[in-house]
Write a protein that binds this ligand. Structure first.
Ligand code: 16G
Ligand code: ZN
Length: 548
């Protein structure tokens, strides 16, 4: 009774915008910020219900990542720190689009009945809130709070301005009984980073001031946080640019750098040859680059595929040190199942390289939730999208075995190559975010591996040579007309289109091309790859014509 009137009352304060249909897409709800108050309020309710259902802390993040500053968005983090379970997405769509408080209440009541959720949960619902630096964030966060607290007894805990991965990390940490604060996050990252630095091979190059890393913070939350955090990092010299004085995501950030293949604002000829990195607006994507000497702000791009390759190389090396002379061990880490997860956007040269390394490579559809889920099936699963979102997941069982082995090694052969390799793997599992891709923790792992290998950014970029590629987007009336299969590599609808695409591909040596409906925009995306840039451009253009 009290609950019903509370919900009706508060919902009345957040009428949905007229004539707009929103959907919980690849990365939550996203739209022009002015349209989002009612949606965010309702997602607040959903998050509180999710917390009641799971008996755990849930996260709610307000961000539109790399999108323009006038946009905003909202997404939910599940108890593990990962994305909201896909089973709940239809409910999110339904309540976001309920026309009035009564119909909203009805949807909620029905859903709670079906999901067997009661207001008298074992413990009160609790939701951890965060937002990026967008000016619309404050009001939206307030709307989320009101949504959460319209469930009687629910608690909304505001973490303020944080990166998306920080919020996911905190949710995971708290649900594992650990402290969830920014300082505990910084502490865990910096101490595992120091541990890896201390385990560098003797005589490996110590990068000093003459070898600084210059980071483009996309004028968002990541630049701000890194500027704070870098004081805790010894052995690394970082200069942060685009810390927030300029316009968020305008000509800056990982998405811009990766798609346009040019240097971000604030970088120029004076930076030629330096090792540079770019974060996106909420710091869950990371790419590296190096400015090339010419007029057009051209860069050598080191994308997510290459970060993945560097990580895979390092992990594989540590595993082979551990396995040396050990033969086969049943159910132990000696048979550690190491797997790599990519999407169809991964450059074909990267996939070849990983397979030549003897790794198992799996493709999934675009979207972090798909890659993450797949990577979690391995003992060690490394996933990355070419756009720079990715991480390394370690299974609980594997970590348990590794900890035991490390203990044994410490007592029988402290300081041995094997003990150090085990130590390094444990430190990586602490450093790299287990909840979601994290530009800050990814950056630290890249830096320490480069120092370990004694590699420059150029040497790293030489691991393999990207095939030239081209991405196009085609505006269409109905993007759902294109339906894909096999991790988006084949279009099964409209009928006959794949045959037409195949006929185009056949004209180019090493040609590869696919189309897919975007999950975030009303467009069909076209990706083409071939042995020359001209060929990739031509293939993309002719397939785009087929879609039009
Ligand atoms: C979202 C996804 C990203 C994906 C992109 C594709 C998350 C957290 N983010 O940003 O992984 O690459 O969408 O966008 O899942 P598209 O569907 O418009 O090509
Ligand atoms: Zn992002």
């Amino acid at each position: 009774e009290k609950q019903q009137s509370l919900l009706l009352e508060s919902a009345a304060r957040f009428p949905p915008p007229k004539g707009v249909k929103l959907s919980y897409g690849t990365a939550g709800f996203r739209a022009d910020a002015s349209l989002l108050e009612s949606t965010v309020f309702r997602v607040g309710i959903l998050a509180a219900l999710r917390s009641l259902k799971t008996g755990s802390l849930i996260g709610l993040m307000i961000t539109a990542s790399h999108n323009q500053v006038s946009d905003n968005g909202v997404k939910v983090a599940d108890p593990s720190g990962g994305m909201l379970t896909q089973d709940w997405e239809p409910f999110a769509d339904a309540i976001a689009n309920a026309p009035d408080p009564r119909s909203l209440l009805q949807l909620i009541t029905e859903f709670m009945k079906n999901e067997d959720i009661s207001f008298e949960g074992r413990q009160p619902a609790e939701v951890l809130l965060g937002r990026d630096t967008r000016p619309s964030g404050e009001a939206l966060l307030e709307a989320a709070k009101q949504g959460i607290t319209s469930i009687v007894g629910a608690i909304a805990t505001d973490m303020g301005v944080v990166t998306t991965p920080q919020l996911h990390w905190m949710v995971r940490a708290r649900n594992r009984g650990m402290e969830a604060s920014e300082s505990s996050y910084f502490h865990q990252l910096s101490s595992s980073f120091r541990c890896l630095m201390d385990l560098k091979p003797e005589g490996s190059r110590n990068h000093g001031d003459d070898d600084k890393l210059v980071v483009d913070g996309a004028d968002g939350v990541g630049g701000e946080k890194l500027q704070q955090f870098k004081k805790m990092l010894t052995g690394l010299c970082i200069e942060v640019r685009n810390q927030g004085d300029g316009m968020l995501n305008e000509g800056v950030g990982a998405d811009y750098v990766q798609k346009e293949k040019v240097a971000p604002r604030g970088f120029g000829p004076a930076d030629v040859g330096l090792r540079c990195a770019s974060l996106d607006g909420d710091a869950d994507r990371l790419v590296y680059f190096s400015v090339i000497l010419n007029k057009n702000n051209k860069i050598e791009l080191v994308d997510g595929d290459k970060i993945l390759s560097l990580f895979a190389f390092f992990i594989k090396e540590q595993l082979s040190i551990l396995n040396e002379g050990e033969g086969k061990k049943e159910n132990g880490f000696y048979q550690a199942h190491l797997g790599v997860v990519q999407t169809a956007y991964a450059n074909g040269a990267s996939t070849d390289y990983l397979k030549e390394m003897g790794l198992e490579v799996v493709l999934t559809p675009t979207g972090v939730k798909y890659l993450h889920e797949k990577a979690a099936e391995f003992d060690i699963g490394i996933y990355f999208e070419a756009n720079g979102h990715g991480t390394i997941l370690f299974s609980e069982a594997f970590l348990c075995g590794l900890e035991a082995t490390h203990k044994t090694l410490l007592s029988i052969s402290e300081g041995s190559a094997k003990q150090k390799a085990a130590s390094r793997l444990l430190a990586v599992s602490q450093l790299i975010n287990q909840a979601v891709g994290d530009a800050l923790s990814g950056l630290l792992l890249v830096e320490v591996i480069l120092q370990y290998m004694g590699w420059s950014i150029h040497r790293w970029n030489e691991l393999y040579h990207d095939l030239p590629s081209r991405q196009l987007k085609v505006k269409v009336v109905d993007r759902t007309a294109v339906v894909t299969a096999n991790a988006e590599t084949v279009a099964v609808q409209p009928i006959g289109i794949q045959e037409a695409i195949n006929a185009e591909i056949a004209k180019y040596p090493r040609g590869r091309c696919f189309i897919r409906p975007s999950g975030t925009e009303d467009v069909i995306r076209v990706y083409a790859e071939a042995t020359t840039q001209d060929a990739a451009d031509a293939l993309a253009a002719s397939v785009a014509k087929l879609v039009d």
